[in-house]
Design a protein around this ligand. Structure first.
Ligand SMILES: [Zn+2]
Length: 308
């Protein structure tokens, strides 16, 4: 039986821009990595007190559930040495959408550049570098029984289904957002493109409070949709009538990638957020009865070989 192979980047590719929350001008460099290593961020700006370079183990932060440190406004990861990286979700979603299993993500600051607030510029970087097969079987996680996380009327749920599906609905009091939903298949290139292009958004009344708390300092109409009641302040308007729900689905996909492998099944969410998304990820990672790792068959393949 032929199986899908793990991938990495064919060569390094680099981009530069302001980080969304910290506002720092930051460089991100996506680099090739060996099979089985997953996605690992590295804080290349960190130094020892005497200015010396730090060993790799101290600056490397694996993009895995066990390293989640905070989920307010974005996902922050932290390693055992205390090195952190924040707002990782759009980078992780880009790698997932581009089908890259293994990568080193070097960042010379605490947060990657925000670019235009979507994952599309990061996918363009990946395409510039090229994607290379590694000759090792790609593993996936198959949902075998429903797992649901709730908070009031909000929920995120993973359930068995053929393929990889995301079904997200949101509800905001602002008429410019209102109720929206998006049902997506990750094997459909059109859905992948819609997800990739969906920008982050914020509400004008939140901006001041966010800035006083030290967040959103790099945010602008160039890297976020800003909504004020019934108005969208960005002159160019929306890229998709459901761009808000699509971005929530993009965030969810980035968070799910912290499982370390693609998830096969349907993930449904109502009013999702990084708090609920990462709780689902941690539950799935811990609940071995609900998941089965398996080698992914080719599209249309007749059998899947479960990993014993
Ligand atoms: Zn986001």
């Amino acid at each position: 039986m032929r199986v899908q192979e793990q991938t990495t980047l064919a060569r390094a590719a680099s981009g530069f821009g302001a980080a969304l929350h910290s506002g720092n001008e930051t460089r991100i460099t996506l680099r090739p990595a060996p099979a089985g290593s997953g996605v690992v961020f590295r804080r290349t700006d960190l130094r020892a007190p005497d200015g010396a370079r730090l060993p790799d183990a101290e600056i490397a932060i694996p993009a895995r559930a066990a390293f989640i440190a905070d989920t307010r406004l974005g996902v922050r990861l932290r390693n055992a040495a205390g090195a952190t990286v924040m707002t990782v979700e759009h980078v992780l979603a880009a790698l997932m959408l581009a089908g890259v299993d293994n990568a080193i993500v070097d960042i010379d600051g605490p947060e990657p550049p925000g670019f235009d607030g979507s994952s599309a510029p990061l996918i363009a970087l990946i395409e510039e570098a090229g994607v290379r097969r590694l000759g090792a079987a790609r593993e996936a996680i198959e949902v075998r029984a429903p797992v649901r996380i709730e908070d009031g009327d909000r929920f995120v749920e993973a359930a068995p289904a053929a393929g990889r599906r995301l079904d997200v609905s949101i509800e905001f009091p602002e008429p410019a957002i209102g109720r929206q939903s998006a049902a997506l298949r990750l094997d459909d290139p059109a859905d992948v493109a819609r997800l990739a292009a969906a920008r982050t958004f914020c509400r004008l009344h939140e901006v001041e409070a966010m800035r006083q708390a030290g967040f959103g300092l790099g945010g602008s109409l160039n890297n976020a949709i800003v909504v004020d009641g019934a108005r969208i302040l960005n002159e160019e308007g929306l890229r998709d009538p459901n761009e808000f729900a699509l971005h929530k689905a993009l965030d969810l996909l980035g968070d799910l990638s912290l499982l370390g492998a693609p998830l096969f099944g349907q993930v449904r969410a109502h009013k999702p957020g990084h708090d609920l998304n990462t709780r689902l990820v941690c539950r799935l990672a811990a609940d071995l009865a609900a998941i089965e790792r398996r080698v992914v068959p080719l599209e249309g393949g007749k059998s899947a070989r479960a990993i014993a």
